[in-house]
Design a binder for this molecule. Structure first.
Ligand SMILES: [Fe+2]
Ligand SMILES: [Fe+2]
Length: 409
């Protein structure tokens, strides 16, 4: 019986592994890895920490008791870093690189070196009880992070705890998931390098800015898609593609000369026409369309300066390699791809909220007033509505990625 159960689990994990290997974006991947690990053990909650700069950085949390699974909850963007030492459960597992089952975190055995940090429970009034923590090791057996699965459900007794079968299954799954996580980390690294290259050209295009624009866009899209009755699987798949594609919205600035990008003071009309070409240069990087992701990245690069009322740019372009001398007229309304309409709002919101070398940051209430005022002129009304519906999440993202001068970090 137990052997049959294990065989079924291994078959299930093989199927899951095929699915998770399709994710390119780290956040979406972590979301799915955690969800699948929880399904394997019928667990109510879980979290993932990744090693960043020698510390364990809190990356992802799921909790069915605190939030319905449909909407991404705000506590997912909370930020926490743990030292790699034996004082925390996560740190202990990261150092020993061995899985650990705890039956009740509020009744730890007396001889263990770690303690349980109850701050999340206190903040959310959740009751963490049984915790299974497994290491995530990369292909060179180095620690990349840890995964914690919390409170198994659907067992006969109310106070269920994890058992050795759970440990074996989750450890096996974690080893496979770690390969996908390593790949996603590499993809993100390459993209961040592309962004760094454009950042070298344009001091306003920085890692915190693009991270925020990527995260805002995903949450605006999620709300918009939900309002438009889009299927949940489609939403999840699109979130994965959108975050990275949105992060690259201004990558075409690589093609604009420093003398224009770094010019202090007003641009001449001719200089502004040159800057406008960054939309086309960006789109060109993804023109040999090999995947849905390339197509989305090209759409965002070319359309993130279009306006709902048609007064944006570059408008319809028949040949990317030979653009007209003057761009425009802009596309109007739904002729602008939805992802361009979403990133346009996310980008402007972040730019106004941030200090730049040529301007201080705006007050939040002024930014909100501006966006409301531009509903139906600069921005798609439905996108503005989705933005405000998702506003608590937008604020959490702003906190997580910092809200200072975008030209630092
Ligand atoms: Fe741009
Ligand atoms: Fe931007």
């Amino acid at each position: 019986m137990a052997r049959q159960l294990q065989r079924d689990s291994i078959l299930r994990i093989t199927e899951i592994n095929k699915r998770i290997n399709r994710y390119r974006d780290l956040d979406s991947l972590l979301n799915h890895v955690l969800r699948e690990a929880r399904h394997l053990t019928s667990a109510d909650a879980g979290s993932i920490y990744l090693v960043r700069d020698g510390r364990l950085s809190f990356e992802y949390v799921q909790n069915d008791s605190l939030a319905g699974p449909r909407h991404s909850p705000g506590f997912q963007y909370q930020h926490q870093k743990l030292a790699m030492d034996h004082q925390s459960i996560a740190g202990h597992v990261a150092i020993t690189q061995r899985p650990l089952i705890i039956d009740d975190v509020y009744n730890l055995p007396s001889k263990v070196p770690y303690t349980f940090n109850p701050s999340f429970d206190q903040m959310t009034r959740y009751r963490t009880r049984s915790v299974l923590t497994v290491p995530l090791l990369n292909s060179r057996e180095r620690i990349m992070g840890i995964m914690q699965i919390i409170n198994p459900r659907d067992r006969k007794s109310g106070n269920a705890t994890f058992n050795r079968d759970d440990e074996a299954i989750v450890t096996y799954f974690a080893n496979l998931a770690a390969v996908a996580i390593e790949k996603a980390l590499l993809t993100r690294e390459i993209i961040l390098r592309m962004i760094k290259m454009s950042e070298l050209r344009d001091p306003t295009e920085t890692a915190p800015h693009v991270n925020r624009v990527g995260a805002f866009s995903v949450e605006i899209y999620h709300r918009w898609a939900w309002d438009h009755g889009i299927d949940e699987n489609e939403i999840q798949r699109t979130r994965d593609l959108l975050r990275i594609a949105a992060m690259l919205h201004d990558v075409g600035k690589i093609g604009i000369s420093d003398s224009i990008l770094k010019k202090r003071g007003r641009l001449t009309a001719a200089e502004f026409r040159r800057i406008q070409l960054h939309t086309l240069y960006g789109a060109r990087l993804f023109t040999d369309i090999t995947s849905d992701w390339d197509e989305m990245a090209a759409q965002i690069a070319i359309s993130h300066h279009e306006r709902w009322d048609g007064n944006g740019y570059p408008g319809a372009i028949s040949d990317l390699a030979h653009p007209p001398r003057r761009l425009g007229p802009g596309l109007r309304g739904e002729a602008i791809p939805i992802f361009g309409r979403i990133v346009a709002l996310a980008d402007v919101y972040d730019a106004l909220m941030s200090q730049r070398s040529y301007k201080p940051s705006w007050k939040e209430e002024d930014v909100i007033e501006y966006i409301q005022g531009q509903r139906g002129s600069q921005f798609d009304p439905a996108v503005v509505d989705a933005f405000f519906a998702a506003y608590p999440l937008i604020q959490s993202i702003h906190k997580k990625y910092g809200n200072g001068d975008t030209s630092t970090s």
